[in-house]
Design a protein around this ligand. Structure first.
Ligand SMILES: [Zn+2]
Ligand SMILES: [Zn+2]
Ligand SMILES: [Zn+2]
Length: 277
């Protein structure tokens, strides 16, 4: 399995759209790995995780072929993870593609409702026929299949008023845990992960040097999650841990994040990073 980190920034991107803060200025000046588009992942050029606000930029930058994907999975309905309006362009006259093979899309109820609203129908059969989308409800702990992948949704700790999920993705004996947006995992998620060996974990590190654990994580919480997975025997010595989804509010540029995380065996993602397991 190869995971391409297409975007590694938090909601506003980094530099932030309207921000004048010191860390946005520092990032703009330093450039390179400090320029972060909104968080999104591509697995084996087959699964897209989170078609967010930068999906069009990612299509251009990474030769992302949306119509050829095996499926799309969405973590939650925040705009940086689901730019629902983009689903307008799945159908004629905006797109000419084979609608007889509807694209599987999985997400929670709020995600699916937003897409239905954009398509202008509550009728999933009509959406399959007119927009070529096969909308499916993802529920915590209930695995589903897309192509050769078994995908288990897990409960995140993100915003109390809405359900947010992240995903355990398995294929050909390899397992990738994609964990954002989330704070320190809820107990029910730790329980579901028990005894599951993981080859790659990517973790929400929105808040850099801040010790946030409730809606997002900072470096210290990311280190705690990785150490707990190691202590529980779920991360082999060859397994990889990567931090992502960074905000200017965390205050750490790429090399500063590396200084905080690399000594703990945690890699820092940047836009365009590819990790093979
Ligand atoms: Zn986010
Ligand atoms: Zn800023
Ligand atoms: Zn979010």
């Amino acid at each position: 399995m190869e995971i391409l980190f297409m975007g590694t920034g938090a909601s506003e991107g980094w530099p932030g759209l309207f921000c004048t803060c010191r860390h946005c200025r520092r990032a703009a000046q330093a450039g390179g790995k400090n320029i972060r588009t909104r968080t999104s992942f591509l697995v084996d050029r087959s699964l897209l995780i989170d078609p967010g606000l930068d999906v069009y930029l990612h299509m251009l930058r990474y030769d992302l072929r949306l119509a050829e994907l095996d499926g799309i999975i969405v973590t939650h309905a925040h705009a940086d993870h689901l730019s629902a309006e983009q689903f307008t362009y799945t159908m004629p006259p905006f797109a000419h593609r084979d609608l007889s093979k509807p694209m599987p899309v999985f997400g929670n109820g709020e995600v699916l409702d937003k897409i239905r609203h954009v398509i202008g129908s509550d009728d999933d059969e009509e959406i399959r026929a007119s927009a070529g989308l096969d909308l499916n409800l993802a529920e915590p702990g209930k695995p589903f299949r897309i192509a050769a992948y078994t995908i288990t949704p897990l409960m995140a700790a993100h915003i109390p008023e809405a359900q947010c999920l992240f995903y355990l993705i398995e294929t050909a004996g390899k397992t990738y845990l994609q964990a954002n947006d989330t704070g320190y995992f809820p107990d029910e998620t730790w329980k579901r992960l028990e005894n599951r060996p993981i080859d790659l974990v990517s973790l929400d590190c929105t808040n850099g040097e801040l010790d946030d654990r409730t809606h997002h994580m900072g470096a210290s919480a990311v280190i705690d999650v990785v150490e707990r997975l190691r202590k529980q025997g779920q991360l082999a010595p060859t397994a990889k841990a990567v931090a992502t989804h960074f905000s200017h509010n965390g205050g750490l540029l790429h090399h500063e994040l590396e200084a905080a995380l690399n000594p703990h065996g945690i890699e820092v993602a940047h836009d365009g990073l590819r990790v093979a397991i």
